[in-house]
Each structure stands twice: as structure tokens, then as C-alpha cells.
Design a protein around this ligand. Structure first.
Ligand code: DX5
Ligand code: ZN
Length: 218
């Protein structure tokens, strides 16, 4: 599909030059910027938080797509909204009161996303779909970049797509997305592809080719 949204994950960028990396990947054709926030508690890794996001916000006008892998999430939602995130996605597994968290994100003026780990059934979001703008489906276990795509999630993508029906909810895929795996999830209903290691490789001059390879494969 030509209207697929490509969201590079800066997790695989050179953090010492984060602002330049964001600019480079935007010049190379990125649609959105995916920001992986990890707390060393919900996932076994620690990345960055609102101050870093705020510092790169003025490098582009592209959508900032924030993936919160933190527990709890509620106390920090306002800080991520203030840092300039457009979409804020929380994990269903990390939110005891998911419905409340999703509404809180919308109340802050942001789009609300909910993420599901590979082993989490889609039924956990069934009764909150009216509060959801985006479903982020993990095709690896969250925590680090460069892991292998888990093929069993493709069937779940199909189920979520049919569960959504005519609602204006986008499906985003995150983890192990490459030109080989992209067509599997796009044909199952994906609208947005996150990719870290498949885009931030080969140096800055390769980013445009890496992005167009994903687009062509989709
Ligand atoms: C995983 C993160 C992903 C990750 C994807 O915990 O949520 O966004 O950066 O990296 P790749 O594309 O390398 O699998
Ligand atoms: Zn992510």
C-alpha cells in the first residue's frame, strides 16, 4: 500500500547526535518519529524521557509517536504531552485502569494509543475501543531493538483489524519490521510500520534507501 506510514524508531539512532539523526531520517522520507520510552521496570532497559523528547521537538514538524513502556504510566502522561508528543501509547499490561489512562491522554489533547505484547490477547482492548486512536501491536517482546519478528502475531493483527470494524483506529506494528516481514503485517491490516534497525543502518546516506525499501515491500 502506498499510503503506509513509516515511523523510524530513534532507539537505533546515534544518541550522541539525536537531533541530527531526527533531521536526517525526516529528510530521508520518514512520516512519523517513533520514541521508545523504557523504565527498567516494565521492560528490562532504560532509554529517555520527556526532557530528551522536548529537546528534539524543534528539529521537525513530523508527528511524535511516543511508545511508553513504563509502569505506572498515568503520573507521567502530562509531562509527555507537554514535551510535544502527538500520540501517546500505553501498554495494556502496564495499566490497571486502561480506560482511565486512555481518557487521560485524550484530555491532554493527544491521540491515545494502546499497545499489546505478543502474548496479550486482543480481547483486553475490546471494551475500550471508543477511547482508542491507535493500536500498537508488538511483534517482538519490548525492551530492545534488533530482535526477530514473531510471526504468530500476524493472525492477531487480522483479528484486531476486524474487531476495529469501521472505527477510525490505526494499527501500528513494532518489532522486527524489515522488507521481508512488512508485507505480512500490511496484508493483515497494518497502517503504520515502526522500524529501528532496518532504517538506522548503513550510515545517514542509506536512510532514504532503507525507508523506500520498506515502502516498496508494503
Ligand atoms: C522495542 C521497541 C521498538 C524497537 C524496534 O522494544 O518498541 O520500537 O526499537 O526495533 P527494531 O525495528 O530493530 O526491531
Ligand atoms: Zn516502540
Amino acid at each position: 500500500t502506498s499510503d503506509i506510514i513509516i515511523a523510524p524508531s530513534v532507539l537505533s539512532a546515534d544518541f550522541s547526535r539525536l537531533g541530527e539523526e531526527v533531521e536526517a531520517v525526516c529528510r530521508a522520507g520518514a512520516d512519523w518519529i517513533h520514541l521508545d520510552v523504557m523504565d527498567g521496570h516494565f521492560v528490562p532497559n532504560i532509554t529517555f524521557g520527556p526532557p530528551v523528547i522536548k529537546a528534539i521537538r524543534n528539529r521537525t514538524d513530523k508527528v511524535f509517536d511516543c511508545h511508553l513502556m513504563i509502569e505506572p504510566a498515568d503520573p507521567y502522561l502530562a509531562a509527555f504531552a507537554e514535551a510535544g508528543c502527538d500520540y501517546i501509547t500505553v501498554h495494556a499490561e502496564a495499566c490497571t485502569h486502561l480506560d482511565r489512562s486512555l481518557q487521560a491522554i485524550r484530555d491532554l489533547g493527544c491521540k491515545a494509543g494502546v499497545s499489546l505484547n505478543p502474548s496479550t490477547p486482543e480481547s483486553v482492548i475490546e471494551y475500550s475501543l471508543d477511547r482508542v486512536d491507535l493500536v500498537l501491536m508488538m511483534t517482538v517482546n519490548p525492551g530492545l531493538g534488533g530482535q526477530a519478528f514473531i510471526p504468530s502475531v500476524v493472525e492477531k493483527v487480522r483479528r484486531v483489524k476486524s474487531m476495529i470494524g469501521k472505527r477510525p483506529i490505526m494499527i501500528e506494528i513494532d518489532g522486527g519490521v524489515t522488507p521481508q516481514t512488512a508485507p505480512l503485517v500490511v496484508s493483515a491490516g497494518a497502517d503504520i510500520l515502526v522500524a529501528g534497525s532496518a532504517i538506522f543502518k548503513g550510515g545517514e546516506q542509506a536512510y532514504a534507501d532503507n525507508i523506500s525499501a520498506l515502502r516498496k515491500a508494503s
